[in-house]
Design a protein around this ligand. Structure first.
Ligand code: NAD
Length: 286
């Protein structure tokens, strides 16, 4: 039986540390602040934002709500981002994705001050990750790294396979594992004999968006399996991994829900506090 990697527990420890750091900043007269930009009325996005704001409130991070109807123009959205960039009380800016189709998500992300890009999506911050430099890290893969660390999973020298090559999960995940000295293979929709490649993995990360795609034939006995997928089905929320089939084979596995999801939110809070801390030190050093 696999060890269950409890994302809720690890997120609690991350948030506890974040709360302590936020309190230290407050003693210095700084309240960490996150601007939350939500466009349109997608219920899933509204739920994510609500949960993120709740985590922020618990940790002592104030949030500034910017909600707009779906027909906001790019010019108006740009002006909001510009104001948040200038606002000294805002240390992090979250633009909840996806944006409605008429808006340019790439341009919006690129407009965010990289120092306030607590989602870690800005090209400058992804570039810094490639170069192994300090920068806000994309919350989901960064949360996965924290979970692996918390559970003492040996990454150095391990064969890691990431299924998915998106800019927000798969690619930064692969780079973070590489930085931690894993031997990394990235799979995607055109990969040949996916199950065979995945069976090489000591650490298997599924970030695809296909319910229960990863079955027992994808998993080497003893592998650590991390399920990033969140799929809404008639049977409720399920991951990309067929948990019941894979759990008896794996040495450790994340559940859905209660795995990667809470970590993503916790890392957003941690990144916001990092950003507030850096901004405060800049002032002190001036
Ligand atoms: P995406 O659609 O941008 O990328 C999916 C990737 O999967 C692509 O790179 C594609 O090549 C690959 N893929 C698609 N079909 C495949 C197949 N049959 N075989 C192999 N690879 C295939 O998705 P994303 O934004 O990276 O998200 C992936 C999943 O993770 C989704 O379920 C999403 O909801 C979830 N997610 C969860 C969190 C969290 O906090 N837990 C955060 C972000 C995304």
């Amino acid at each position: 039986m696999a060890r269950i990697i409890d994302g809720t527990e690890v997120a609690r420890t991350v948030l506890r540390d974040a709360t302590r750091r936020a309190a230290l900043l407050k003693e210095r007269g700084v309240t960490p602040g996150l601007a939350v930009v939500l466009v349109g009325d997608d219920p899933a996005s509204a739920t994510y934002v609500r949960m993120k704001e709740r985590d922020c409130a618990e940790a002592g991070v104030q949030t500034f709500d910017h909600r707009f109807p779906a027909d906001i123009s790019q010019t108006e959205l740009d002006a909001v981002i510009d104001r948040c960039n200038e606002d000294p009380d805002v240390h992090g800016i979250l633009v909840q994705m996806p944006l409605p189709g008429h808006l340019d998500a790439e341009a919006t992300i690129a407009r965010i001050d990289p120092d306030k890009d607590v989602d870690g999506f800005h090209p400058a911050n992804l570039g810094r990750l490639v170069r192994g430099l300090d920068a806000p890290r994309a919350c989901t893969p960064w949360g996965v790294m924290k979970m692996l660390e918390y559970y003492g999973v040996r990454i150095e020298g391990a064969d890691a396979v990431v299924i998915g090559r998106s800019t927000i999960v798969g690619k930064p995940m692969a780079l973070m594992l590489l930085e931690a000295n894993a031997t990394v293979t990235v799979c995607h929709s055109r990969t040949r004999d996916l199950a065979k490649v995945c069976r090489q993995a000591d650490i298997l990360i599924a970030a695809v968006g296909r319910p229960r795609m990863v079955t027992a034939e994808y998993v080497k006995p003893g592998a650590v399996v991390i399920d990033v997928g969140i799929n809404r089905t008639d049977a409720g929320l399920v991951g990309d991994v067929d948990f019941e089939a894979v759990e008896p084979l794996a040495s450790a596995i994340t559940p859905v829900p209660g795995g990667v999801g809470p970590m993503t939110r916790a890392m957003l809070v941690a990144n916001t506090i990092d950003s507030a801390t850096a901004a405060t030190s800049d002032v002190g050093g001036a």
